[in-house]
Design a protein around this ligand. Structure first.
Ligand code: DGY
Length: 321
């Protein structure tokens, strides 16, 4: 008798090795075009498949989760962040949800560091000048950035990625680290001081790096916080676009109220406001924090580990709901 394999929909392309593993175990539908599915397609999938393997570009809201005739029993998200999934509704509906933490911690911290250095050394404006053929001569005074050694790095959200970023900045760059985290953090293997409020980070840090999960009803770093930044401060975000009031940040950058920013995430990805794209004092990346072949493969494999455990009634390695 032929064994019935669970039907799995993978919403976006994954590295080859992950797709091969999925195909060997499941009745899998892959997305060869790699185009984001519409809400209608996601709803239809909820009634047709046993499992979804989505990622950050799929908004799995209550409406989709409550699709009449829903068959999906597990959503194995490829990503550590899961603010794209309404986990409260998933819980009520009895749908399991998992994520892929740890495997992307170093890669994301590397990109945070890259943005800290790019922002403080004004590399976007420098490269643009060169590419536009406006670099006429070596100069000792043009385009000067700020050194990071001995400056204060303020981390907002001292979880795995916040810690990996802070460790690199402290031990690799010689920055002094302060951080805000909702719960108390002890036992760090590098020097860092916890402060009691986001405002304290805003008023004292030279570089602020956000490492919070996102998905809140309002931005964690709001216009009031941004107003408190030093005029020489740089803001870095590799977490989620909705962690920051993007409009207030754009205003602060456009008016040179702050020195600059480095952003890998945005509120309405992939839409980037024109005004932001035109600014020279911000380095912009298209959400590439975890974008290495090794890491994206590891994320995909971990999502499949979650699926395998679920369908064999074992403990899922990274179950959220
Ligand atoms: C994550 O894993 O959350 C990254 O942002 C990619 O989605």
């Amino acid at each position: 008798m032929r064994e019935i394999r669970p039907k799995v929909l993978v919403t976006r392309q994954l590295p080859e090795a992950v797709e091969a593993r999925l195909s060997s175990t499941y009745d899998v539908t892959l997305n060869a075009d790699n185009k984001t599915l519409s809400k209608k397609q996601l709803s239809a999938a909820m009634a047709e498949y046993d499992a979804l393997v989505p990622t950050v570009s799929d908004q799995i809201d209550a409406h989709i989760l409550q699709t009449p005739g829903r068959q999906v029993r597990i959503i194995a998200n490829v990503g550590v962040g899961y603010s794209n999934i309404d986990t409260d509704t998933a819980r009520v509906e009895g749908i399991a949800v998992s994520n892929t933490p740890d495997v992307l911690t170093d890669a994301t911290a590397d990109i945070a560091l890259l943005l800290i250095l790019a922002a403080t050394r004004h590399t976007y404006a420098a490269e643009k000048k060169l590419r536009e053929n406006r670099w006429s001569d070596f100069s000792l005074v043009d385009g000067l950035g700020s050194s990071v050694q001995g400056k204060v790095l303020g981390i907002i959200g001292m979880g795995r990625i916040g810690q990996a970023t802070a460790r690199r900045a402290r031990l690799g760059l010689g920055m002094n680290v302060i951080f805000y985290n909702r719960s108390t953090i002890t036992g760090l293997d590098f020097e860092a001081t916890q402060v009691g409020a986001i405002d304290e980070v805003m008023t004292s840090a030279d570089v602020i790096s956000i490492h919070a999960p996102g998905g809140g009803s309002s931005p964690l770093v709001n216009a009031g916080h941004i107003a408190k930044l030093k005029p020489t401060a740089y803001l870095i975000n590799t977490a989620r676009g909705d962690c920051i009031d993007q409009t207030a940040l754009i205003e602060a950058l456009s008016s040179n109220r702050i020195a600059g920013a480095g952003l890998d995430v945005f509120t309405e990805e992939p839409h980037i406001p024109d005004v932001l794209r035109k600014l020279d004092n911000v380095t912009l990346l298209p959400h590439i924090g975890s974008a290495t072949l090794e890491v994206r493969t590891a994320m995909g494999m971990l999502a499949v580990d979650n699926l395998d455990a679920f369908f064999s009634a074992e403990t899922m390695p990274c179950r959220i709901v």
